[in-house]
Design a protein around this ligand. Structure first.
Ligand SMILES: Cc1ncc(COP(=O)(O)O)c(C=O)c1O
Length: 368
Protein backbone atom coordinates (compact mmCIF):
# COMPACT_ATOMS: atom_id res chain seq x y z
CA UNK A 1 0.00 0.00 0.00
CA UNK A 2 1.29 3.46 -0.92
CA UNK A 3 -0.37 6.62 0.32
CA UNK A 4 0.07 9.41 -2.26
CA UNK A 5 0.42 13.04 -1.26
CA UNK A 6 -2.55 13.83 -3.52
CA UNK A 7 -4.97 12.01 -5.79
CA UNK A 8 -8.09 13.26 -7.55
CA UNK A 9 -11.60 12.12 -6.75
CA UNK A 10 -13.50 11.61 -10.02
CA UNK A 11 -17.15 10.59 -9.67
CA UNK A 12 -19.90 9.26 -11.95
CA UNK A 13 -21.19 12.70 -12.94
CA UNK A 14 -17.75 13.68 -14.29
CA UNK A 15 -17.82 10.56 -16.50
CA UNK A 16 -21.41 11.15 -17.59
CA UNK A 17 -20.59 14.74 -18.59
CA UNK A 18 -17.48 13.72 -20.55
CA UNK A 19 -19.44 11.08 -22.46
CA UNK A 20 -22.12 13.65 -23.24
CA UNK A 21 -19.49 16.12 -24.50
CA UNK A 22 -17.77 13.48 -26.63
CA UNK A 23 -21.05 12.31 -28.14
CA UNK A 24 -22.10 15.90 -28.87
CA UNK A 25 -19.00 16.37 -31.03
CA UNK A 26 -18.05 19.55 -29.10
CA UNK A 27 -14.68 18.29 -27.96
CA UNK A 28 -12.54 21.39 -28.48
CA UNK A 29 -13.04 24.79 -26.90
CA UNK A 30 -16.66 25.49 -27.81
CA UNK A 31 -19.57 23.81 -26.09
CA UNK A 32 -22.09 24.13 -23.30
CA UNK A 33 -19.82 22.94 -20.48
CA UNK A 34 -17.30 25.76 -21.02
CA UNK A 35 -19.93 28.44 -20.53
CA UNK A 36 -21.52 26.64 -17.60
CA UNK A 37 -18.18 26.08 -15.86
CA UNK A 38 -17.12 29.72 -16.32
CA UNK A 39 -20.46 31.03 -15.08
CA UNK A 40 -20.81 28.69 -12.10
CA UNK A 41 -17.21 28.94 -10.90
CA UNK A 42 -17.30 32.74 -11.06
CA UNK A 43 -20.61 32.69 -9.15
CA UNK A 44 -19.18 30.34 -6.53
CA UNK A 45 -16.32 32.78 -5.89
CA UNK A 46 -18.63 35.82 -5.88
CA UNK A 47 -17.13 37.32 -9.05
CA UNK A 48 -18.93 38.39 -12.23
CA UNK A 49 -16.88 36.94 -15.10
CA UNK A 50 -14.91 33.74 -15.63
CA UNK A 51 -12.47 33.04 -18.47
CA UNK A 52 -11.45 29.37 -18.59
CA UNK A 53 -7.91 28.55 -19.71
CA UNK A 54 -5.73 25.57 -20.59
CA UNK A 55 -3.97 25.64 -17.20
CA UNK A 56 -3.17 27.88 -14.24
CA UNK A 57 0.17 29.08 -15.59
CA UNK A 58 -1.36 30.55 -18.73
CA UNK A 59 -4.19 32.02 -16.63
CA UNK A 60 -1.52 34.09 -14.85
CA UNK A 61 0.11 35.05 -18.15
CA UNK A 62 -3.26 36.04 -19.64
CA UNK A 63 -4.09 38.20 -16.59
CA UNK A 64 -0.74 40.00 -16.75
CA UNK A 65 -1.08 40.59 -20.51
CA UNK A 66 -4.63 41.88 -20.14
CA UNK A 67 -3.40 44.41 -17.57
CA UNK A 68 -0.68 45.56 -19.98
CA UNK A 69 2.30 44.32 -17.97
CA UNK A 70 5.35 44.37 -20.22
CA UNK A 71 9.03 45.11 -20.70
CA UNK A 72 10.65 47.06 -17.90
CA UNK A 73 7.77 46.58 -15.46
CA UNK A 74 8.21 45.04 -12.02
CA UNK A 75 5.71 42.74 -10.34
CA UNK A 76 5.81 41.85 -6.66
CA UNK A 77 5.48 38.13 -5.89
CA UNK A 78 6.14 36.04 -2.80
CA UNK A 79 9.48 34.21 -2.82
CA UNK A 80 7.79 31.06 -1.52
CA UNK A 81 5.44 29.87 -4.24
CA UNK A 82 5.33 27.48 -7.17
CA UNK A 83 7.60 28.66 -9.99
CA UNK A 84 4.64 29.41 -12.31
CA UNK A 85 3.83 32.63 -10.42
CA UNK A 86 7.23 34.15 -11.20
CA UNK A 87 7.58 32.60 -14.66
CA UNK A 88 4.33 34.18 -15.87
CA UNK A 89 5.83 37.59 -15.05
CA UNK A 90 9.00 36.69 -16.94
CA UNK A 91 6.97 35.58 -20.00
CA UNK A 92 5.84 39.24 -20.22
CA UNK A 93 9.47 40.44 -20.22
CA UNK A 94 8.76 41.98 -16.84
CA UNK A 95 10.72 41.36 -13.63
CA UNK A 96 9.41 39.39 -10.66
CA UNK A 97 10.46 41.06 -7.40
CA UNK A 98 10.49 38.67 -4.47
CA UNK A 99 9.07 39.37 -1.02
CA UNK A 100 9.64 37.32 2.12
CA UNK A 101 6.97 35.15 3.78
CA UNK A 102 4.97 35.83 6.90
CA UNK A 103 6.44 33.70 9.68
CA UNK A 104 3.07 32.68 11.10
CA UNK A 105 0.95 31.83 8.06
CA UNK A 106 3.62 31.42 5.32
CA UNK A 107 2.03 33.64 2.60
CA UNK A 108 3.57 36.94 1.40
CA UNK A 109 4.32 39.26 4.34
CA UNK A 110 2.44 42.51 3.62
CA UNK A 111 4.79 44.44 5.91
CA UNK A 112 7.68 43.61 3.56
CA UNK A 113 5.97 44.74 0.36
CA UNK A 114 6.39 48.51 0.50
CA UNK A 115 10.20 48.38 0.70
CA UNK A 116 10.19 46.55 -2.68
CA UNK A 117 8.01 49.07 -4.52
CA UNK A 118 9.78 51.25 -7.10
CA UNK A 119 8.48 53.59 -9.85
CA UNK A 120 8.54 50.51 -12.14
CA UNK A 121 6.23 48.42 -9.96
CA UNK A 122 2.91 47.75 -11.68
CA UNK A 123 1.28 44.88 -9.79
CA UNK A 124 1.29 42.56 -6.79
CA UNK A 125 0.54 38.84 -7.07
CA UNK A 126 -0.40 37.50 -3.63
CA UNK A 127 -0.44 33.68 -3.54
CA UNK A 128 -2.85 31.92 -1.17
CA UNK A 129 -0.28 29.28 -0.28
CA UNK A 130 -1.27 25.68 0.51
CA UNK A 131 -4.89 26.77 0.95
CA UNK A 132 -4.35 29.65 3.41
CA UNK A 133 -5.50 33.14 2.36
CA UNK A 134 -3.21 36.16 2.29
CA UNK A 135 -3.92 39.26 4.40
CA UNK A 136 -5.99 40.88 1.66
CA UNK A 137 -7.03 44.08 3.52
CA UNK A 138 -3.42 45.10 3.96
CA UNK A 139 -2.44 44.10 0.41
CA UNK A 140 -5.38 45.96 -1.17
CA UNK A 141 -4.54 49.04 0.93
CA UNK A 142 -0.93 49.04 -0.32
CA UNK A 143 -2.13 48.52 -3.91
CA UNK A 144 -4.52 51.49 -3.59
CA UNK A 145 -1.84 53.73 -2.07
CA UNK A 146 0.67 52.99 -4.85
CA UNK A 147 -1.81 52.56 -7.69
CA UNK A 148 -0.89 48.93 -8.35
CA UNK A 149 -2.92 46.11 -9.86
CA UNK A 150 -3.60 43.01 -7.76
CA UNK A 151 -3.68 39.58 -9.39
CA UNK A 152 -4.57 36.90 -6.85
CA UNK A 153 -2.91 33.55 -7.47
CA UNK A 154 -5.56 31.29 -5.97
CA UNK A 155 -4.32 28.13 -7.70
CA UNK A 156 -4.11 26.35 -4.34
CA UNK A 157 -7.06 27.80 -2.48
CA UNK A 158 -10.44 27.40 -4.22
CA UNK A 159 -13.11 28.26 -1.66
CA UNK A 160 -10.74 29.63 1.02
CA UNK A 161 -12.04 32.75 2.76
CA UNK A 162 -10.55 35.97 4.07
CA UNK A 163 -12.82 37.57 6.71
CA UNK A 164 -15.77 35.59 5.32
CA UNK A 165 -15.19 36.51 1.66
CA UNK A 166 -13.92 34.02 -0.88
CA UNK A 167 -10.37 34.38 -2.20
CA UNK A 168 -10.33 35.29 -5.86
CA UNK A 169 -12.86 38.08 -5.28
CA UNK A 170 -10.43 40.77 -4.08
CA UNK A 171 -8.01 41.49 -6.92
CA UNK A 172 -8.46 43.10 -10.34
CA UNK A 173 -8.09 39.55 -11.67
CA UNK A 174 -7.68 36.23 -9.89
CA UNK A 175 -6.22 33.03 -11.31
CA UNK A 176 -6.97 29.39 -10.50
CA UNK A 177 -5.51 26.03 -11.49
CA UNK A 178 -7.46 22.79 -11.99
CA UNK A 179 -4.45 20.49 -12.23
CA UNK A 180 -5.06 16.91 -11.01
CA UNK A 181 -3.90 17.57 -7.44
CA UNK A 182 -5.86 20.81 -6.92
CA UNK A 183 -9.01 21.38 -4.79
CA UNK A 184 -11.04 20.52 -7.90
CA UNK A 185 -9.63 19.31 -11.19
CA UNK A 186 -10.23 19.29 -14.92
CA UNK A 187 -7.09 17.24 -15.63
CA UNK A 188 -5.20 20.31 -16.77
CA UNK A 189 -7.03 23.61 -16.64
CA UNK A 190 -7.27 27.08 -15.21
CA UNK A 191 -9.48 30.15 -14.92
CA UNK A 192 -9.22 33.93 -14.64
CA UNK A 193 -11.96 35.76 -12.73
CA UNK A 194 -12.73 39.48 -12.79
CA UNK A 195 -15.54 41.90 -12.05
CA UNK A 196 -14.40 44.15 -14.89
CA UNK A 197 -16.28 43.42 -18.12
CA UNK A 198 -13.65 45.08 -20.29
CA UNK A 199 -10.85 43.03 -18.75
CA UNK A 200 -12.88 39.84 -19.19
CA UNK A 201 -13.40 40.68 -22.85
CA UNK A 202 -9.70 41.44 -23.32
CA UNK A 203 -8.75 38.10 -21.76
CA UNK A 204 -11.24 36.21 -23.97
CA UNK A 205 -9.76 37.93 -26.97
CA UNK A 206 -6.13 37.29 -26.00
CA UNK A 207 -7.02 33.66 -25.23
CA UNK A 208 -8.16 33.25 -28.83
CA UNK A 209 -5.35 34.84 -30.86
CA UNK A 210 -6.93 38.32 -30.73
CA UNK A 211 -9.17 37.50 -33.67
CA UNK A 212 -11.21 40.49 -34.84
CA UNK A 213 -14.93 40.21 -34.10
CA UNK A 214 -15.81 41.80 -37.44
CA UNK A 215 -13.28 40.21 -39.75
CA UNK A 216 -12.32 36.56 -39.61
CA UNK A 217 -8.57 35.85 -39.48
CA UNK A 218 -7.78 39.51 -38.88
CA UNK A 219 -5.46 39.95 -35.89
CA UNK A 220 -4.37 43.38 -34.65
CA UNK A 221 -1.79 42.08 -32.15
CA UNK A 222 -0.20 38.83 -31.03
CA UNK A 223 -2.44 36.59 -28.96
CA UNK A 224 -2.45 33.02 -27.73
CA UNK A 225 -4.33 29.77 -27.82
CA UNK A 226 -4.92 29.44 -24.08
CA UNK A 227 -8.39 27.90 -24.37
CA UNK A 228 -9.87 25.15 -22.18
CA UNK A 229 -11.64 22.27 -23.93
CA UNK A 230 -15.27 21.37 -23.46
CA UNK A 231 -14.09 17.94 -22.24
CA UNK A 232 -12.12 19.54 -19.43
CA UNK A 233 -15.03 21.82 -18.54
CA UNK A 234 -17.37 18.79 -18.51
CA UNK A 235 -15.26 17.38 -15.65
CA UNK A 236 -15.08 20.81 -14.00
CA UNK A 237 -18.86 21.30 -13.91
CA UNK A 238 -19.27 18.04 -11.98
CA UNK A 239 -16.27 18.70 -9.70
CA UNK A 240 -17.53 22.16 -8.78
CA UNK A 241 -20.73 20.67 -7.36
CA UNK A 242 -18.56 18.80 -4.86
CA UNK A 243 -16.17 21.61 -3.94
CA UNK A 244 -17.87 22.41 -0.61
CA UNK A 245 -17.85 18.73 0.29
CA UNK A 246 -14.12 18.51 -0.62
CA UNK A 247 -13.36 21.58 1.51
CA UNK A 248 -15.16 20.08 4.51
CA UNK A 249 -13.24 16.82 4.03
CA UNK A 250 -9.89 18.66 3.81
CA UNK A 251 -10.75 20.58 6.97
CA UNK A 252 -11.67 17.32 8.69
CA UNK A 253 -8.36 15.77 7.62
CA UNK A 254 -6.56 18.84 9.00
CA UNK A 255 -8.37 18.37 12.32
CA UNK A 256 -7.34 14.70 12.47
CA UNK A 257 -3.71 15.60 11.77
CA UNK A 258 -3.76 18.39 14.35
CA UNK A 259 -5.24 16.11 17.04
CA UNK A 260 -2.73 13.36 16.37
CA UNK A 261 0.33 15.61 16.07
CA UNK A 262 -0.54 17.95 18.95
CA UNK A 263 1.81 16.13 21.33
CA UNK A 264 4.76 16.72 18.95
CA UNK A 265 3.86 20.41 18.79
CA UNK A 266 3.62 20.63 22.58
CA UNK A 267 7.12 19.15 22.81
CA UNK A 268 8.36 21.83 20.37
CA UNK A 269 9.24 19.25 17.68
CA UNK A 270 6.85 20.33 14.93
CA UNK A 271 4.73 23.31 13.98
CA UNK A 272 1.27 22.52 12.63
CA UNK A 273 -0.46 24.06 9.61
CA UNK A 274 -1.69 27.49 10.75
CA UNK A 275 -5.11 29.08 10.39
CA UNK A 276 -5.23 32.75 11.32
CA UNK A 277 -8.34 34.03 13.12
CA UNK A 278 -9.38 35.98 9.99
CA UNK A 279 -8.94 32.97 7.70
CA UNK A 280 -10.83 29.95 6.51
CA UNK A 281 -8.04 27.71 5.25
CA UNK A 282 -8.93 24.91 2.84
CA UNK A 283 -5.74 22.95 3.63
CA UNK A 284 -5.05 22.12 -0.03
CA UNK A 285 -1.90 20.41 1.29
CA UNK A 286 -1.82 19.79 5.03
CA UNK A 287 1.69 20.92 5.96
CA UNK A 288 3.98 20.93 8.95
CA UNK A 289 7.35 22.44 9.87
CA UNK A 290 10.01 20.37 11.58
CA UNK A 291 11.52 22.38 14.43
CA UNK A 292 15.31 22.51 14.80
CA UNK A 293 14.97 20.96 18.25
CA UNK A 294 13.77 17.68 16.66
CA UNK A 295 16.37 14.93 16.36
CA UNK A 296 15.26 14.06 12.83
CA UNK A 297 15.67 16.50 9.95
CA UNK A 298 12.86 17.21 7.46
CA UNK A 299 14.69 15.33 4.71
CA UNK A 300 15.36 12.30 6.89
CA UNK A 301 11.73 12.18 7.99
CA UNK A 302 10.58 12.34 4.35
CA UNK A 303 12.95 9.54 3.35
CA UNK A 304 11.80 7.28 6.20
CA UNK A 305 8.13 7.93 5.41
CA UNK A 306 8.80 7.16 1.74
CA UNK A 307 10.34 3.83 2.76
CA UNK A 308 7.12 3.08 4.64
CA UNK A 309 4.97 3.85 1.57
CA UNK A 310 3.94 7.35 2.63
CA UNK A 311 4.56 10.02 0.00
CA UNK A 312 5.28 13.58 1.17
CA UNK A 313 6.58 16.71 -0.58
CA UNK A 314 9.07 19.32 0.55
CA UNK A 315 7.96 22.97 0.53
CA UNK A 316 8.68 24.89 -2.68
CA UNK A 317 12.22 26.12 -3.20
CA UNK A 318 12.02 29.92 -2.87
CA UNK A 319 12.18 31.60 -6.27
CA UNK A 320 15.13 33.89 -5.43
CA UNK A 321 17.50 30.93 -5.02
CA UNK A 322 16.60 29.26 -8.34
CA UNK A 323 19.33 29.61 -11.01
CA UNK A 324 17.31 31.83 -13.37
CA UNK A 325 16.23 34.22 -10.62
CA UNK A 326 19.27 33.97 -8.33
CA UNK A 327 19.68 37.35 -6.70
CA UNK A 328 22.04 36.62 -3.76
CA UNK A 329 19.34 38.29 -1.71
CA UNK A 330 18.50 36.86 1.72
CA UNK A 331 14.83 36.23 2.45
CA UNK A 332 15.25 34.44 5.76
CA UNK A 333 11.67 33.41 6.53
CA UNK A 334 11.00 31.89 3.09
CA UNK A 335 14.36 30.10 3.21
CA UNK A 336 13.70 28.76 6.70
CA UNK A 337 10.16 27.57 5.82
CA UNK A 338 11.50 25.88 2.68
CA UNK A 339 14.15 24.08 4.71
CA UNK A 340 11.77 22.79 7.37
CA UNK A 341 8.36 22.43 5.68
CA UNK A 342 6.68 19.38 4.20
CA UNK A 343 3.28 18.55 2.75
CA UNK A 344 1.62 15.43 4.16
CA UNK A 345 -0.86 13.24 2.22
CA UNK A 346 -3.94 15.41 1.79
CA UNK A 347 -6.33 13.76 -0.69
CA UNK A 348 -10.05 13.85 0.02
CA UNK A 349 -9.90 10.05 -0.37
CA UNK A 350 -8.04 9.76 2.98
CA UNK A 351 -9.88 8.38 5.99
CA UNK A 352 -9.22 8.67 9.71
CA UNK A 353 -7.40 5.36 9.99
CA UNK A 354 -4.96 6.37 7.23
CA UNK A 355 -4.25 9.67 8.99
CA UNK A 356 -3.74 7.73 12.24
CA UNK A 357 -1.34 5.39 10.41
CA UNK A 358 0.63 8.30 8.93
CA UNK A 359 0.86 10.23 12.19
CA UNK A 360 1.73 7.08 14.14
CA UNK A 361 4.69 6.58 11.80
CA UNK A 362 5.72 10.26 12.10
CA UNK A 363 5.61 10.02 15.90
CA UNK A 364 7.60 6.79 15.90
CA UNK A 365 10.30 8.30 13.64
CA UNK A 366 10.51 11.48 15.67
CA UNK A 367 10.84 9.59 18.92
CA UNK A 368 14.02 8.15 17.38
C1 LIG B 1 0.63 28.87 -6.70
C2 LIG B 1 0.49 28.27 -8.05
N1 LIG B 1 0.39 29.09 -9.12
C3 LIG B 1 0.24 28.61 -10.36
C4 LIG B 1 0.19 27.25 -10.61
C5 LIG B 1 0.14 26.79 -12.03
O1 LIG B 1 -0.95 26.03 -12.33
P1 LIG B 1 -0.88 24.91 -13.50
O2 LIG B 1 -0.08 23.77 -12.97
O3 LIG B 1 -2.32 24.56 -13.72
O4 LIG B 1 -0.26 25.54 -14.68
C6 LIG B 1 0.27 26.37 -9.51
C7 LIG B 1 0.15 24.92 -9.63
O5 LIG B 1 0.51 24.09 -10.26
C8 LIG B 1 0.45 26.88 -8.22
O6 LIG B 1 0.56 26.07 -7.17
Amino acid sequence: MRIPVAEPYIGDEELKNVIEAVKSGWISSKGKFIEEFEREFAKYCGVKYGVATANGTVALHLALKALGIGKGDEVIVPALTFVATANAVTYCNAKPVFVDSHPEYWCINPEKIEEKITPKTKAIIPVHLYGHPCDMDRIMEIARNYNLYVIEDAAEAHGAEYKGKKVGSFGDISCFSFYGNKMITTGEGGMCLTNNEELAERMRNLRDHVMSKNRRYWHETIGFNYRMTNLQAAVGVAQLKRLDEFIEKKRQIAKWYAEELKELEEKGLVKLHPEMEWAKCVYWMYSILIEDKAKVSRNKLMKKLEDMGIETRPFFVPMHVLPMYNSCEKLPIAEDLARRGLNLPSSVTLNKSKVEFITWKIKAIMRG
